[in-house]
Write a new protein. Structure first.
Length: 320
């Protein structure tokens, strides 16, 4: 008799490099292992991974997911699919200055393209990959909200977007009788960079979870927060992967010390403790795990299953 494994605490499998840096066999193996362990979300984007492909355009990750879903009858009912629109280069080398953006026609076209690539009839979550100030916000809302209205998309959200823009979009959606954005995907981890330097650390000035974002989500149970790069590319456990210079401040030193103490107490890696801290907080944060080996996947799943005591959480939270 076949049984369905119990779901793990929320953790999304990041498929960014599937079909490019990770070949089909390795990608399929990671997807199979994630689903077998009870994982429920797979996260990708229409532009993944244009920088890894000779064409200079993306689509390889979605196409691989389509081949995997076709080869695994019944698995679509066990996983939810999340993809993004807005960052695909208009021509090779045009990113980040010129990308498709979030015009209503573009959003509808890319959603259809994503459905075709993955061979599915709906998306569980569609993200605005980054803000598009050149397109009126009411048009962006109409594009995403229209897809929810016709059943193409179950819900939509923003990535790498200022919170005031998210709230303004929610108001426009309410006024138009359309679905409001109910998800935020931003960069977040236990260590935090110095204030005012976030925009210098990667491409997206507003691509960070802040105290205001956490308060916003905690006050509205419909809003989900997803965290990409939650493990800082291995910086917690690898001496050769130091965090960026913006993380070099006394708060980092204090947080690293408490993190090491708690990891020793529970017999886990520092990365596993970081994931446990993310998923058990208020609000709960869904980490997007970008893994490339079975061992990394196993460690990520162990992390979100790890239960910290109230005292351990208090000590982790208090270190600044």
């Amino acid at each position: 008799m076949t049984t369905t494994p119990a779901p793990v605490p929320p953790i999304a499998l990041g498929a960014m490099l599937f079909g490019t840096r990770l070949d089909e066999d390795r990608s399929f193996a990671l997807l199979d292992a994630y689903v077998a362990a009870g994982g429920g979300w797979i996260d990708t984007a229409d532009c993944y991974a244009f920088w890894e492909h000779d064409s200079g355009h993306g689509g390889q990750s979605e196409a691989l997911l389509g081949r995997w879903l076709a080869a695994r009858p019944g698995v679509r009912e066990r996983v939810r699919l999340s993809t993004k629109v807005g960052c695909e280069p208009l021509w090779p080398g045009s990113f980040p200055e010129r990308t498709t953006g979030l015009g209503a026609d573009v959003v509808r076209r890319v959603a259809r393209q994503s459905l075709e690539r993955m061979g599915v009839d709906h998306l569980d979550l569609l993200w605005a990959h980054r803000d598009d100030r050149a397109t009126p916000l009411d048009e962006i809302v109409a594009g995403f909200g229209g897809l929810v209205a016709d059943g193409t998309v179950a819900r939509w959200g923003f990535s790498n977007t200022a919170l005031w823009r998210v709230e303004r979009a929610a108001g426009l959606a309410d006024a138009a009788g359309l679905a409001r954005p109910t998800a935020l995907q931003l960069r977040y981890s236990y260590l935090q960079p110095r204030p005012m330097v976030r925009g210098r650390l990667h491409d997206h000035r507003f691509g960070w979870v802040t105290d205001e974002v956490l308060d916003y989500a905690a006050s509205d149970p419909e809003v989900a927060v997803w965290a990409y790069s939650p493990l800082l590319s291995g910086a917690y456990d690898r001496a050769d992967r130091a965090p960026a210079e913006g993380y070099d401040h006394p708060g980092t030193t204090r947080r690293r010390a408490v993190l090491a103490e708690v990891a020793d107490e529970v017999g886990a890696s520092r990365s596993e403790v970081v994931l446990a801290w993310l998923v058990a907080g208020t609000p709960q944060v869904v980490p997007v795990a970008g893994v490339s080996t079975p061992a990394q996947l196993d460690a990520a799943l162990a992390g979100v299953r790890l239960v910290l005591t109230a005292d351990q959480r208090e000590r982790l939270d208090a270190a600044w």
